[in-house]
Design a protein around this ligand. Structure first.
Ligand SMILES: NC(=O)c1ccc[n+]([C@@H]2O[C@H](COP(=O)([O-])OP(=O)(O)OC[C@H]3O[C@@H](n4cnc5c(N)ncnc54)[C@H](O)[C@@H]3O)[C@@H](O)[C@H]2O)c1
Length: 378
């Protein structure tokens, strides 16, 4: 039996990411799903709970009831997974934190910086663990690049080119179904669509690989597809603390692009290239110009990254495994907390601080764009 148990808010019938979280957690049997409020519609919640084998008394009519009841049960959940549309993250996460329950929430953490900072201070005050599931940071190749940069393999980072184009919302006659509908609706998505959905991944991927913090941004955020109310193409000039620079591009109408997150890091002694659609490969180019394709399985990858591999090299691991890696670290930390053996250096998942950084980035970009594309400090 799993020692750690969890509940889920969101992830009802037909939902996208909730199902991926459940599958990712199941890869390592990191935790057992025992409770949920999978939908705002009680019948859908019960139906989903029955499919997932959750007992009826732990399928809740709303998240408030779930937080309240789970917090007083002797066998209450160790953590909650929040996988609802963006505008609900703040209120749901807050409820569970106040009830003393650890939280894993999908990105973007909230729709405003103030809300994100409030959640951060409640989590700190209560001594609770909070993960923001920036899935891509779970790839062991990304952890490996982080180690290479820390070791000085490419010298001082000078500039970073990063992009995340998608093409699924290119068509003005289609709203992208259930998932596209709320993303394009200011009432459910907040003040940004593309930048919150994809831009926060870009900001976080660059920060994870390079350790750089954004100092200031100059943003051009466009609404291009007719009928849209929120941004669907964003080009951001970035200056990092310490002087490095970069360009971040995100789009939802780039026909032919699916989840084309790409990061290119240029340093004083070399270059690193990483493309999420070939996530098992890191390209390293040193001062001699020789291009090396580095993969796991040959003893090349740093131990802190290699430990996340599950299969012999050549048997592909991908996006679900990356999400599973985040949960591996998160549940290890919760277990250690429960046993009194937890130390901060055990954390190898994106924390609430990174969630807050995402919102600082979004708000600075909005301010820049709203004021005629000026430089704005974070
Ligand atoms: N990490 C990633 O790579 C990644 C990828 C996709 C989506 N996301 C994030 O995941 C979140 C969900 O996105 P999605 O695409 O799965 O959306 P979705 O529309 O497919 O699913 C949302 C689910 O939440 C439920 N829901 C809404 N409000 C609720 C409430 N108050 N209580 C209970 N259930 C409620 C809906 O019924 C639905 O089942 C978003 O914040 C999104 O940004 C992250």
């Amino acid at each position: 039996m799993n020692k750690i148990t969890y509940g889920m808010v969101g992830g009802g019938p037909g939902a996208f990411i909730g199902d991926a979280h459940r599958k990712a957690i199941a890869i390592d049997s990191s935790a057992k799903l025992v409770a949920g409020c999978f939908s705002r519609t009680p019948e859908k919640c019960k139906a989903q709970g029955a499919t997932l084998g959750i007992s009826e008394d732990r399928c809740y009519g709303n998240y408030k009831e779930m937080a309240e009841k789970e917090s007083v049960r002797e066998d209450g959940i160790d953590f909650v997974v929040v996988v609802t549309p963006n505008n609900t993250h703040y209120e749901i996460c807050k409820e569970f934190l106040l009830a003393g329950i650890n939280v894993a929430c999908d990105k973007p953490l909230t729709t405003t910086k103030e809300e994100a900072e409030e959640l951060e201070s409640i989590a700190k005050e209560k001594g609770l663990l909070f993960m923001v599931t920036y899935t891509y940071t779970g790839h062991l190749t990304m952890k490996y690049m982080r180690d290479l940069v820390r070791e000085g393999k490419i010298g001082k980072v000078r500039t970073v080119m990063a992009e995340y184009p998608q093409g699924w919302l290119y068509d003005e006659n289609s709203n992208g179904g259930k998932q596209g509908e709320w993303r394009c609706d200011p009432a459910q998505s907040g003040r940004v669509n593309c930048l919150g959905d994809l831009g926060t991944h870009v900001e976080n991927a660059v920060a994870t690989i390079t350790g750089l913090k954004v100092k200031r941004v100059l943003a051009k955020m466009d609404v291009v597809v007719p009928g849209r109310k929120l941004d669907d193409n964003d080009q951001i000039l970035v200056e990092y603390e310490g002087g490095a620079t970069g360009v971040n591009w995100t789009s939802q109408f780039a026909i032919g692009c699916d989840n084309s997150l790409r990061v290119r890091v240029y340093g004083s002694k070399g270059t690193l290239l990483w493309f999420q659609e070939q996530p098992e490969e890191v390209i390293y180019i040193g001062e001699d110009g020789i291009r090396q394709s580095i993969k796991r399985g040959y003893g090349n990858i740093t131990p802190g990254a290699a430990k996340y591999g599950r299969l012999p090299s050549g048997h592909t691991e991908g996006w679900l495994e990356a999400m599973g890696n985040l949960y591996r670290s998160f549940t290890e930390c919760i277990e250690a907390k429960n046993n009194g053996t937890f130390t901060e250096d055990m954390i190898d998942y994106p924390t609430i601080e990174q969630g807050v950084d995402g919102l600082k980035y979004v708000e600075a970009c909005l301010k820049s764009n709203d004021n005629g594309n000026i430089w704005v400090e974070l």
